[in-house]
Ligand binder design. Structure first.
Ligand SMILES: C[S@@+](CC[C@H](N)C(=O)[O-])C[C@H]1O[C@@H](n2cnc3c(N)ncnc32)[C@H](O)[C@@H]1O
Length: 415
């Protein structure tokens, strides 16, 4: 399923009356990094930003009509200074930061300029910039500085096939400093694509969220979401108890996730999904069912597993009807690649289980081979398993059945 719900990204020059909203967005985006450094001071963050705020140098990053970030670029001694780049935490991890950077790079390349940037020590922004070709130049007490030279190798392409696609990109957006402004391109909202990107298992397409879905996102996401962070999650603190934790990857609209969490109250569940309307719906269902054992994450699951889940920590992992990517040239996008399966296995506690299901026979065979080849996993069946009782019919399964597909469950245990 392609993720819908994120309108194309546009850039619009800011106005003086945007100042307070930008202050709030900046504070929200910096909160975690500054708190980790013991330096979170909203008043100071506000004053520092307003002191230097020149609306004509600041571009709002809009998804539809919603401000999801902003960017300030200034000409400096060393080329372009990326002075601010903030993406709202609710929209991080969706490739928006990469789209903004691409715009900065296009301008820098057109003008033959370097780009320099500083990132708060320990923040996600450091990895974000490193991934996008910046090299570290020097460090100060709180910040690390980077430079991107005028590059002949890094090539950015506009790809008309991607016209409604925002995210093919890898990074999670830095929530920290960096910046730039680009008046020339201010009205150009055509999504563009960075030509060298890690392979994603999903595509975020343009799509409208209903007003109700938007309301769920605004009101309920803060209540039920676990924000992505580059630090191991304390699940006991998240759920307020010490209980087995099961992860579900790609929970779609969340109906299955909610049904399972409802019949297994002794277990805590984390559902990961990138698709905005799905996340909104899952939040609504958690609220309606008053579930205290289910939380949602809106982020690329591969990064969540890599960065936030401790080895040997999970009681189970559910991957139900992952996108089959049927075309041969797209097989590399399938989420259950050997390296990711190895990472999943390492996050399971000994005795924990990995339960996958698909309605795509050839993917089922690929799963069987991949899971069987993983030394930390052991099949609980001769090949495919009986469908465990706790798994209800999922939305995608029902669709597959309507199309005459078969269904294959695989249940492996961590040795
Ligand atoms: C085919 S749908 C299946 C949804 C649901 N499990 C069901 O059976 O109805 C696959 C889902 O996985 C999500 N997805 C794909 N790759 C993902 C990733 N790397 N991180 C989080 N979600 C992902 C997609 O957005 C999509 O909603």
């Amino acid at each position: 399923m392609a993720a819908e719900g994120l309108a194309p990204i546009r850039f619009v020059t800011s106005r003086i009356e945007d100042a307070e909203r930008l202050v709030a967005l900046r504070i929200e985006a910096m909160r975690d990094s500054l708190t980790r450094l013991g330096r979170f001071d909203p008043q100071r963050a506000r004053d520092r930003f307003l002191d230097g705020f020149k609306p004509e140098t600041c571009e709002l990053v809009l998804s539809g009509e919603r401000i999801v970030g902003f960017v300030v670029v200034k000409p400096g001694d060393q080329g372009l200074l990326l002075d601010h780049l903030y993406i709202a935490p609710s929209h991080q991890g969706l490739g928006i930061g990469a789209v903004v950077l691409q715009r900065v790079f296009e301008r820098a390349d057109a003008e033959g300029l370097r780009v320099t940037v500083g990132a708060l020590r320990g923040s996600n922004a450091n990895r974000f910039y490193a991934r996008h070709g910046f090299v570290q130049t020097h460090e100060a007490e709180w910040d690390i500085y980077y430079r991107r030279d005028i590059s002949k190798n890094l090539k950015y392409v506009r790809d008309s096939r991607m016209a409604n696609t925002l995210d093919q990109d890898s990074h999670q957006d830095g929530g920290d400093t960096s910046g730039m402004t680009d008046d020339q391109n201010a009205q150009d909202d055509a999504p563009t694509r960075f030509s060298r990107q890690p392979i994603r298992s999903f595509v975020l397409r343009q799509g409208r969220m209903s007003d109700a879905q938007k309301r769920y996102m605004d009101e309920l996401l803060p209540r039920y979401a676990i924000p992505y962070q580059e630090a191991v999650l304390d699940t006991a603190a998240t759920f307020g108890r010490k209980a087995p934790v099961v992860l579900e990857i790609g929970c779609g609209m969340g109906d299955t996730t909610v049904k399972i969490a409802s019949i297994r109250p002794e277990t805590d569940f984390i559902g990961i999904e990138v698709h905005g309307p799905g996340v909104g719906n899952l939040c609504k269902l958690i609220d309606e069912h008053k579930l205290t054992n289910l939380r949602v994450m809106q982020h690329d699951a591969t990064e969540v597993v890599r960065d936030m889940l401790a080895p040997d920590s999970l009681a189970g992992i559910h991957v139900y009807f992952p996108d089959p990517w049927p075309k041969k040239r797209h097989h590399k996008r399938r989420i259950l690649q050997p390296a990711f399966v190895a990472q999943l296995a390492s996050r399971l506690a000994p005795g924990g289980y990995l339960h996958c299901a698909t309605d795509w026979e050839e993917y089922a065979q690929f799963m069987l081979e991949t899971l069987s080849a993983e030394p930390l996993l052991q099949n609980t069946a001769a090949d495919y398993a009986e469908k465990p009782d706790y798994r209800p019919l999922t939305k995608f399964e029902a669709r597959g059945l309507r199309l005459g597909h078969g269904v294959w469950d695989l249940v492996f245990k961590r040795v």
